[in-house]
Design a protein around this ligand. Structure first.
Ligand SMILES: C[S@@+](CC[C@H](N)C(=O)[O-])C[C@H]1O[C@@H](n2cnc3c(N)ncnc32)[C@H](O)[C@@H]1O
Length: 198
């Protein structure tokens, strides 16, 4: 089966979509990657105009970006610190000829947020507070990094223009500046929609 050939991606169940990932990475999906219905709601809120550049901060194997790229006209960039996951997402994008998605293997604190128009975060820094729940033990994890990374995101988001949209999933929100207003929340409030007000 070629899951990505399905025209209506929202008709796919996650288990079928996840066949695009190699088995070892697929096993992480239920816990660590955004489910299709969540990705769809988030991408539709962020993709306010064709070509808008959306950054997934900590993109894993690329699931959020790939779903977003398939269902909107926005351009999705994922930044991911784990090389094996980033390589996997680039291979999938190449294999399926996805032109509106790209992936960067880097720490997100090397990325200038002003190059983007909207942002998605699936609680990327939590692994620093709970190393036993991390995707793997291949990166250095430390609770001070949680604060450092959240602070970097907060400072970057503060410099964005009024109207900037952010979606957080399973986040308690320390990375969201108080100039952003919570506009809505779905999926038992785990998915939060923010817009910069001032
Ligand atoms: C919960 S997963 C979410 C994956 C993807 N956004 C999705 O929804 O399918 C969080 C990812 O963030 C990555 N990450 C954590 N801290 C990071 C950092 N400082 N820079 C880049 N990636 C980071 C982790 O390696 C992990 O793959």
């Amino acid at each position: 089966m070629n899951p990505i050939k399905f025209k209506n991606i929202q008709d796919l169940i996650d288990e079928d979509f996840d066949l695009i990932f190699p088995l070892e990475i697929r096993r992480k999906s239920a816990t660590h990657f955004t489910p299709i219905k969540i990705a769809k709601a988030a991408a539709e809120f962020l993709a306010t105009e064709p070509g808008i550049r959306i950054l997934d901060v900590g993109s894993g194997a690329g699931k959020f970006c790939i779903v977003g790229a398939l269902i909107t006209n926005a351009h999705f960039t994922g930044v991911e610190q784990r090389k094996s996951l980033c390589d996997c997402s680039n291979e999938i994008a190449n294999k399926y000829g996805l032109e509106n998605v790209s992936f960067l293997n880097a720490n997100m604190n090397r990325v200038k947020f002003s190059d983007f128009g909207a942002f998605y975060l699936f609680n990327p820094f939590f692994e620093n507070l709970s190393p036993e729940s991390a995707i793997d033990q291949k990166v250095f994890l430390d609770d001070e990094l949680y604060l450092e990374y959240s602070d970097y995101v907060q400072k970057q988001l503060s410099t964005m223009p009024v109207g900037t949209r952010v979606v957080t999933y399973h986040s308690s929100g320390p990375e969201i500046p108080n100039t952003y207003k919570l506009k809505d929340s779905l999926f038992k409030t785990h998915l939060k929609f923010w817009i910069k007000q001032s």
